[in-house]
Ligand binder design. Structure first.
Ligand SMILES: NC(=O)c1ccc[n+]([C@@H]2O[C@H](COP(=O)([O-])OP(=O)(O)OC[C@H]3O[C@@H](n4cnc5c(N)ncnc54)[C@H](OP(=O)(O)O)[C@@H]3O)[C@@H](O)[C@H]2O)c1
Length: 256
């Protein structure tokens, strides 16, 4: 019998992370679903709801919370995954946020916080997961980056987010080269403007979301499920020979 695959997904309580959990949940899959749980634990119930849906699809699910703004939390997620399931095959580094502040408005603390939650957590995840990914027959890492790395559509400025996601993307490519010989793939999915659940963290106003949809060449925002489909592909056996890539799922936003 094939051993269950264990997948750790950060930021799984809403949006893209939740859609990814729902997409890959099935019999034979073990999921470790993480979120911060809101600033004061008020969103843990949302994560539990996603976990319940994944269980109903046949997956074995465990739930973890922690603020990735705190050093060592990401390392602890990997340790917990190993403690609960004994091995770890796939990591989806999705948790993150966008900071809509220009240079002159944002502080050094804002920049450091973006780097800690996004790049720092990614670094900790892959560092802690490395021996387990090497031991796995299907080691996979997928990082969720962003269009803001190299675009300012409509003049919307996210410099701290761009710096952190860009660093994450660069680290992912380097790591891809490091571990390719171990049969591990490392790829990024770069969403365009993506619909938010009401519980999600939105950096834009309702009218700004409408204009984001209008400026996207296919005329709509991405749905979390659009992004989850690309993540699921990179996690699959079919994608075993694809590594070090960034796939834009943006309705053509990168073309304008
Ligand atoms: N939506 C877009 O337009 C868009 C575009 C490009 C890239 N992205 C990227 O896609 C990823 C998912 O975005 P989304 O739209 O699905 O967001 P979302 O619905 O707001 O979900 C974000 C998830 O990340 C978690 N999170 C946020 N800050 C955290 C922290 N400090 N520590 C631990 N967990 C934290 C949240 O946990 P809690 O809610 O429990 O706090 C939540 O589970 C993010 O990395 C985002 O930057 C989104």
């Amino acid at each position: 019998m094939t051993e269950q695959r264990v997948t750790l997904i950060t930021g799984a309580s809403s949006g893209i992370g939740a859609a990814t959990a729902r997409r890959i949940a099935a019999q034979g899959e073990s999921l470790v679903l993480h979120a911060r749980g809101g600033k004061e634990g008020e969103k843990i119930a949302l994560l539990e709801q996603v976990a319940q849906q994944a269980r109903e699809s046949g997956a074995d699910v465990s739930v973890l919370t922690g603020d990735l703004g705190d050093t060592d939390v990401a390392t602890g997620l990997v340790d917990e995954a190993i403690e609960q399931f004994g091995h770890l095959d796939r990591v989806v580094s999705n948790a993150g946020f966008a900071l809509h502040k220009s240079v002159g408005e944002m502080t050094r603390e804002d920049l450091d916080h973006s780097h800690t939650v996004i790049t720092g957590a990614f670094f900790e995840l892959i560092t802690a997961a490395l021996p387990h990914l090497i031991a796995s027959d299907h080691g996979r890492v997928v990082a969720i980056t962003s269009f803001v790395v190299d675009q300012v559509p409509g003049g919307r400025m996210f410099p701290a987010t761009a710096a952190a996601k860009g660093a994450m993307e660069a680290m992912a490519r380097t790591f891809a080269a490091q571990v390719a010989g171990e049969g591990i793939t490392v790829n990024c999915v770069s969403p365009g403007f993506t619909e938010k659940e009401t519980s999600g963290h939105s950096a834009l106003s309702t009218s700004a979301w409408q204009s984001a949809a209008d400026m996207t060449p296919d005329g709509r925002l991405a749905r979390p499920a659009d992004i989850a489909a690309a993540v699921a592909f990179f996690l699959s056996d079919e994608a075993a020979h694809i590594t070090g890539q960034t796939l834009r799922v943006d309705g053509g936003l990168s073309l304008i």
